[in-house]
Design a protein around this ligand. Structure first.
Ligand SMILES: Cc1cc2nc3c(=O)[nH]c(=O)nc-3n(C[C@H](O)[C@H](O)[C@H](O)COP(=O)(O)OP(=O)(O)OC[C@H]3O[C@@H](n4cnc5c(N)ncnc54)[C@H](O)[C@@H]3O)c2cc1C
Length: 401
């Protein structure tokens, strides 16, 4: 009988699951397609719920030393109309968002993966799998095979392996993406708030403090996010060019000018695409999907990495007995939370990234006004903080926290 569990993908979901399972004494093999994974990626805002998972892993202090506490989210229109004004402190005096570079988070997670003795196979592209009553056989590129007791798919929104699960599912590439980069914060640049400026839903710039890339890096970074339709992402460097994009950013939000001085080369801007993923359930016998592979969503709500950490934590809390049973119990634990955030993401994203006219008009008229009502503000921050499990009531209870 194979003993170890295979995890495919060493992103936030796969690395965190490897850590939490190894901590519970499970033998783990982690397969990653990239030969030499590098700690890179966009800035992330980790919510209080995800921070609790980092605390459970003993990693929150290090994450705080690398990242930055974000107290407030503020977004407005060019005419100065406040659309979003949310403060974590008004939700709870000790709550904050943790702005961190994905690379810094991955560096911490991968270090812990190694410390725990997880067998990590880099440059191992998993091409398919077959399962039977006793285990799962992975097919690796190059023809090799590997046998495991169970398989956890954590290989992102665009996973093709997911299609091998006999579960009703659909994945839709989102029509909007973004270019983003992390730039050094100019002296005096605000370090405590996530700042957004919107023109309708067709233009958006976001600035988020994200701290340092690693312990050796003295410079604190600001993550710059510029929304673009996917159709315009293709070949934007040749068609539009860096100068024009910088000009558009400065026209929308002149305060960004000191930061843009650090943007000298189009190669600094990376492209991001995402997909909405829906699965009727996340397990099929001995195979489970987690992270973006299971429930990819647009980054508007800032929940993807947060959800990946929670998935890993909740999965480990169910370990015991046979794997199909573990996966089924995990699915029951996660259902309400993931269903709520899938719906919220689908509902809110067109208000921020689309060519729609009515939805952003309503956003501009009512979000700022509604946010001034204490109850609405409290609920909005509860959504952002990752606590909601239903539209009217329901609050996430993390196992053992
Ligand atoms: C611009 C942007 C901003 C974001 N902002 C936030 C935010 O503020 N807060 C937040 O919580 N989330 C945010 N997110 C979302 C967050 O980054 C993701 O939800 C999170 O990183 C998902 O991690 P994952 O491990 O599920 O998938 P991924 O990070 O996609 O990792 C998948 C891994 O699987 C590997 N892989 C793929 N196929 C195979 C295969 N066949 N065999 C072996 N390996 C394979 C890949 O190489 C990769 O390493 C943002 C995303 C973007 C794009």
């Amino acid at each position: 009988m194979p003993e170890s569990v295979a995890i495919v993908g060493a992103g936030v979901a796969g690395a965190a699951a490897a850590i939490r399972l190894a901590e519970r004494g499970v033998a783990v093999d982690l397969y990653e397609a990239v030969p030499e994974p590098k700690p890179i990626g966009a800035g992330l805002l980790l919510q209080p719920t995800g921070q609790r998972v980092l605390t459970a892993m003993g990693l929150l202090d290090e994450a705080l030393a690398l990242g930055t506490r974000v107290d407030r989210l503020f977004g407005d229109t060019p005419s100065g109309r406040a659309v979003l004004d949310m403060s974590y402190r008004r939700f709870h005096p000790e709550a904050y968002g943790l702005g961190i570079q994905r690379g810094a988070l991955m560096g911490m997670l991968w270090k812990r993966v190694r410390e725990l003795g997880v067998r990590w196979h880099c440059g191992a592209l998993v091409e398919g799998f077959e399962q039977d009553e006793a285990g799962v056989t992975l097919r690796l590129s190059g023809g090799a095979k590997a046998r495991h007791a169970a398989l956890i798919l954590a290989n992102g929104s665009f996973s093709r392996l997911r299609e091998g699960m006999k579960v009703s599912q659909h994945a839709r590439a989102f029509p909007w993406g973004a270019v983003w980069t992390v730039l050094p914060a100019p002296p005096g640049f605000p370090q405590i708030e996530l700042r957004q400026r919107f023109r309708s839903a067709s233009q958006m710039i976001g600035l988020m403090p994200v701290g340092r890339a690693d312990h050796a890096d003295g410079a604190r970074g600001i993550n710059l996010f510029w929304s673009l339709p996917v159709a315009e992402l293709e070949g934007w460097r040749e068609r539009v060019g860096l100068d024009r994009i910088k000009q558009q950013m400065a026209e929308l939000f002149p305060d960004v000018l000191p930061l843009l001085a650090g943007l000298r080369d189009a190669g600094q801007l990376r492209e991001a695409r995402y997909a909405d993923v829906h699965m009727a359930r996340w397990h099929d016998g001995r195979v489970l999907a987690i992270g973006d592979c299971a429930h990819g969503m647009s980054p508007q709500l800032g929940q993807g990495a947060n959800m990946a950490l929670i998935d890993a934590h909740e999965l480990a809390s169910e370990v015991g007995g046979d794997w199909p049973g573990v996966f089924e119990r995990y699915g029951r634990r996660r259902r309400a939370h993931l269903r709520f955030y899938g719906q919220a993401s689908k509902g809110l994203t067109p208000m921020f990234q689309s060519h729609a006219v009515v939805a952003p008009w309503l956003r501009d008229r009512f979000f700022g006004w509604g946010g001034r009502l204490p109850y609405v503000h409290q609920q909005s921050i509860a959504v952002l903080a990752g606590y909601k499990t239903g539209w009217l009531w329901g609050r996430l209870k993390l196992a053992g926290c």
